[in-house]
Design a protein around this ligand. Structure first.
Ligand SMILES: Nc1nc2c(ncn2[C@@H]2O[C@H](COP(=O)(O)OP(=O)(O)OP(=O)(O)O)[C@@H](O)[C@H]2O)c(=O)[nH]1
Ligand SMILES: [Mg+2]
Length: 394
């Protein structure tokens, strides 16, 4: 009986993968060709393809008058949150001012700051002066932040050195590994965050360019969205060599968690075969330094079990699994693709990538349609058009 169940699970998994490949290759040539061209011509040349290009379509938000800001409207149960160190206060205040100016002075959502150490008085003073909203200052419990006992410190240090030689950024910084693990599967368990459903993650030194005149959290709630992002990228495959295999092992035991309307093709896409070869999948991910999400998704049984399986496998330390690929894989596999939203209207920059909408609300503060800043090879790292393709935005 056990063997039969095992066979059924494997058959189910094979069926899903075949279905994913079918999704990829059954598209009409024009859509495939269009996406390919869009990718290969990202950056300045992208502007020549504006005819069908969501980057350059004029954004007409608010699209629904209900979304226009009304001070009498109820708020969603949400907080803007930032994991940050006290020494980053100046970069954070710069970003806070932009978030307040473009959005939050109209809505007054509380800010929650989290740190693995207590915040300094100076940090508290400068950040509380940058907003009229309630501000929470929270310390992360050590057992959520530090490397768990089942991980070998010696092996982790050796792996960090090896990955550093392969060019994996921050691979030898244990604090970076702690940060990625905490963001992947622990932040939403912090006692302070239990009172909230939605969060908007804000990182110091990021930019917000365009006015947001509707309540983003209410938008999520009213439209039953689970997750929103601004930029999709390919990841460094050397940082996640066994993440996909570990995920497949998990999925073969929990095939019922795979959502029937998932955008699996986004994960299986093969437009950068070198990435698929090393990592076993596309490495596409929603860049999580900006994200608006429903924490109840992350607190749910499928994601909780998924994170636990990844955690036990040790890849947050023996490799450098980031919270962006981990969130993305969980969301794409377990959630309906229509519940994942590309916020095309949010003008955003985290060096060196940009989302700059064609909208009067941006008041020319950013270069419309550009996706990166600096060396042209960066254009190849942007995979937002791959999301458009599999989320059927075109
Ligand atoms: N409290 C605390 N915050 C951290 C720590 N490491 C990173 N962070 C925060 O976690 C977020 C992500 O860290 P970054 O260093 O920006 O990581 P990244 O975006 O991958 O790297 P960059 O491209 O260099 O920005 C930022 O908000 C940091 O302030 C840490 O050890 N302690
Ligand atoms: Mg950063």
């Amino acid at each position: 009986m056990t063997t039969l169940v095992g066979y059924l699970k494997i058959l189910g998994l094979i069926a899903c993968i075949v279905f994913g490949f079918f999704q990829i290759f059954s598209r009409t040539p024009s859509v495939r060709q269009y996406t390919f061209q869009t990718l290969k011509t990202a950056g300045n040349e992208l502007k020549e393809h504006v005819a069908h290009d969501p980057y350059n379509q004029l954004v007409d938000v608010p699209r629904d008058s209900i979304l226009v800001f009304d001070p009498a409207e109820r708020r969603a149960n949400a907080t803007i949150l930032s994991l940050v160190r006290s020494k980053e206060v100046n970069e954070l205040v710069m970003t806070m001012k932009e978030v307040e100016e473009t959005f939050n002075h109209k809505f007054n959502y509380p800010w929650t700051f989290l740190n693995d150490e207590p915040f300094t008085e100076e940090f508290k003073k400068l950040t509380s002066e940058a907003t009229n909203s309630t501000v929470y200052y929270e310390t992360i419990p050590a057992n959520h932040w530090n490397m768990p006992d089942f991980v070998s410190k010696e092996l982790a240090i050796a792996a960090g050195q090896r990955m550093l030689q392969q060019g994996v950024q921050y691979a030898n910084m244990m604090s970076y590994h702690n940060m990625c693990r905490w963001n992947s599967g622990l932040f939403y368990h912090h006692p302070r965050l239990q009172q909230f459903k939605y969060y908007w993650r804000v990182e110091p030194n990021t930019h917000y360019y365009c006015d947001i005149d509707y309540d983003l959290f209410r938008y999520m709630e009213d439209n039953e969205k689970t997750y929103g992002f601004t930029i999709s990228l390919y990841d460094d495959p050397n940082s996640i060599v066994t993440l996909w295999n570990t995920t497949m092992d998990f999925l073969s035991d929990h095939i019922d968690y795979l959502h029937p309307n998932s955008a699996l093709g986004y994960l299986l896409d093969n437009s950068r075969p070198d990435h698929n070869k090393i990592a076993g999948y596309s490495t596409n991910h929603f860049w999580s330094n900006f994200e608006i999400g429903d924490m109840d998704f992350f607190r749910s049984e499928p994601y909780t079990q998924f994170f636990n399986a990844l955690d036990v496998a040790g890849g947050f330390y023996y490799e450098r699994w980031g919270d962006a690929p981990v969130h993305t894989i969980g969301l794409v596999l377990f959630e309906d693709k229509h519940k994942i939203h590309w916020f095309r209207d949010i003008g955003y920059r985290h060096i060196p990538f940009i989302n700059c909408p064609n909208s009067p609300k941006c008041k020319n503060r950013c270069p419309t349609g550009d996706t990166y800043e600096g060396a042209s090879f960066l254009a190849d790292e942007v995979s937002t058009p791959i999301w458009w393709k599999y989320a059927h935005m075109n």
